[in-house]
Design a protein around this ligand. Structure first.
Ligand code: F6R
Length: 242
């Protein structure tokens, strides 16, 4: 269930933070890759609880968001920049300036995408990336047909993703149709990945991700190429596994 899953995901975070602290004699904290959406929220709540009650510290950590809507400035209520602060980072001891996301309001989104990819590399790469998965198998906003080697770029969202996102906006016309998103190749460079999913509507995507052939048709199948992925699902999301 959601609570047990959140504890498993939080354990992976805690391990990564511990390892960075041990390795970090030169002052390098963990580099965290963060996702928005509903899937990681229980894990973020568990991490906030551990920070408050058990002293789990994120001091010195930096964070990179997976994606951002094109056209939404950082302070927009539906921006991912704001979401991650409200749901997670402002409640723990990560320096706000160390929480980076692609700039959805950049005058040149393509240049911003390339610069963001470079910023991740310059930070030494991501130690732990948390992911959700879309019902169509997308990760970040890498929709079906995304190259498995893709880098951070501007992506047109599918009709299904726009419809799935509409619940967060006042009217369907307000839902952004493009996003800046880390590519599958970018995500695969994270040293450790934890993906979490719940609910029957994710069951097909989870089954394809774990048991289907690697294919751009189901972008999450790219994770089969990675050597350190933990998948945390509830029973409904696991229901189509063989
Ligand atoms: C969010 C993201 C998306 C979501 C996915 C699942 O930063 O990149 O890929 O992880 O759409 O969304 P939820 O968790 O809301 O079902």
């Amino acid at each position: 269930d959601a609570e047990a899953g959140a504890r498993v995901v939080a354990d992976v975070f805690a391990r990564t933070l511990r390892e960075a602290a041990v390795a970090g004699e030169e002052g390098r904290g963990a580099v965290l890759g963060l996702a928005t959406g509903s899937s990681p929220v229980p894990a973020y709540q568990e991490l906030i609880r551990r920070h408050r009650e058990e002293g789990l510290s994120f001091a010195g950590s930096r964070a990179f968001l997976l994606d951002e809507y094109v056209g939404l400035p950082a302070g927009h209520p539906q921006s991912y920049h704001r979401f991650i602060r409200e749901q997670f980072t402002s409640h723990v001891d990560i320096d706000d300036a160390a929480v980076l996301s692609p700039d959805g309001a950049a005058a040149d989104p393509r240049a911003e995408a390339a610069a963001y990819d470079m910023r991740i590399r310059e930070a030494g790469g991501v130690d732990l990336q948390i992911l959700g998965i879309g019902a169509n198998g997308h990760i970040a906003f890498n929709e079906p047909s995304s190259s498995l080697a893709s880098r951070t770029r501007v992506i047109g969202l599918t009709r299904r993703t726009v419809e799935d996102n509409a619940r967060y906006f006042d009217s369907p016309q307000d839902v952004p149709v493009r996003a800046l998103s880390q590519g599958l190749g970018t995500i695969l460079e994270a040293r450790r990945i934890v993906l979490t999913a719940s609910g029957e509507n994710k069951a097909e995507a989870v089954a394809q991700m774990l048991e289907g052939p690697i294919s751009a048709r189901w972008p999450a199948t790219a994770l089969q190429l990675h050597g350190d992925v933990t998948v945390v699902v509830d029973e409904a999301a696991a229901s189509r596994l063989e």
